[in-house]
Design a protein around this ligand. Structure first.
Ligand code: SAM
Ligand code: DTB
Ligand code: SF4
Length: 326
């Protein structure tokens, strides 16, 4: 039987709610079915994440250990050299990664020497044959174009939460600022990576509303990271409760059903999950993870490469090759 594969960008909140509120096992079954219609379920994209500039950020994102205003133990690290970053990307590729994401603790990109160095990194990583991604804060359309010309494949810019809850979490920029940057990225012909975080004190309605914003963009983001808050001592959310597994599973499954072609990335939070828990997330339609050589995402723990290798073996998963969709 051939299944009609159609992407919808006209979802309503009620339709999303009807999916999100399904009994959990029914929801997972439906998401796993959609996953199999659109993807090879044994393939998981491995995206290596590197913090190229760490800490000292001027923003007040209340979840983030890199915001200068909170008293955390994080060590500030200036922008790395292009050589260091490119050799890290080479090692990631040798370890089976097909995508490389460079993150900087910046509010926005400025047209200066640091940006020139980022462009050099993008070109170097692209030359290796990896999908290159960056997450550098806000961008103008002009800057997005320069990144595209240097070889940037994807830009990560998360909505983080719903429009309504946004100002409870961040006061130094707006939800509209976020959407503007995403539009600049789209206009420059770069693929969009955008998702959010669970565990910021938001309601289920906020989670559905964030999914609605993503799923009604004129084009769905090509990748959707779902992060569980990684709690950092000293931040306003440092003592918040751990996100429940079933909340992650529910969010991933709903994202998979409403944005079937996207790579849904099981992002922050894996260090606090065992293999069985992560297995549920893959069953619910997650098909990408972040890995890192340093066993940290940016400043919080992430499983090591050997641990992930063992998990892939146990779950019958293999790293996706570049551009690898059905
Ligand atoms: N500074 C840039 C920005 O905020 O757009 C890029 C880097 S920033 C660390 C990238 C994303 O990581 C944030 O948008 C947020 O979704 C996620 N993130 C940051 N801290 C997190 C935490 N403690 N737990 C989970 N996700 C987090
Ligand atoms: C995303 O959605 N998650 C990554 C990446 N994009 C840049 C970052 C997660 C950060 C987790 C907390 C930390 O280590 O700072
Ligand atoms: Fe800065 Fe990004 Fe952290 Fe916000 S999430 S404080 S913008 S590094």
């Amino acid at each position: 039987m051939t299944v009609e594969k159609k992407l919808r960008t006209d979802w309503t909140l009620d339709e999303i709610r009807a999916i999100y509120d399904l009994p959990l096992l029914e929801l997972v079954y439906r998401a796993a079915t959609v996953h199999r219609q659109w993807h090879q379920p044994s393939q998981v994209q491995v995206c290596t994440l590197l913090s190229v500039k760490t800490g000292g950020c001027t923003e007040d994102c209340s979840y983030c250990g890199q915001a200068a205003r909170y008293h955390t133990d994080i060590k500030v690290k200036a922008l790395m050299s292009a050589e260091e970053v490119i050799s890290c990307a080479k090692r990631a590729q040798e370890a089976g990664s097909s995508r490389f994401c460079m993150a900087a603790a910046w509010r926005e990109v400025r047209n200066n020497k640091d940006f020139d160095r980022i462009l050099e990194m993008v070109a170097g990583v692209n030359e290796l044959g990896l999908e290159v991604c960056c997450t550098l804060g806000m961008l103008t359309e002009e800057q997005a174009k320069r990144l595209q010309q240097a070889g940037l494949y994807a830009y990560n810019h998360n909505l983080d939460s719903s429009e309504g809850y946004y100002e409870e979490v961040i006061s130094t920029r707006t939800f509209a600022d976020r959407l503007n940057t995403i539009n600049h990225v789209r206009k420059a012909g770069i693929t969009v990576c955008s998702g959010g975080i669970l565990g910021l004190g938001e309601s289920h309605d906020d989670r559905m509303s964030m999914l609605l914003t993503l799923a009604t963009m004129s084009k769905h983001p090509e990748s959707v990271p779902i992060n569980a808050l990684s709690r950092v001592k000293g931040t306003p959310l440092g003592e918040f409760p751990k996100v429940e597994l079933w909340d992650m599973v529910r969010m991933i499954a709903t994202a998979r059903i409403i944005m079937p072609a996207a790579l849904v990335r099981l992002s922050a939070g894996r260090a606090e999950m065992n293999e069985e828990e992560q297995g549920w997330c893959f069953m619910a339609g997650a098909n990408s993870i972040f890995t890192s050589e340093s066993e940290t995402l940016l400043v919080t723990p992430n499983p090591g490469l050997m641990q992930d290798k063992k998990m892939f073996e146990n779950l019958g998963l293999r790293p996706m090759v570049k551009g690898g969709q059905l």
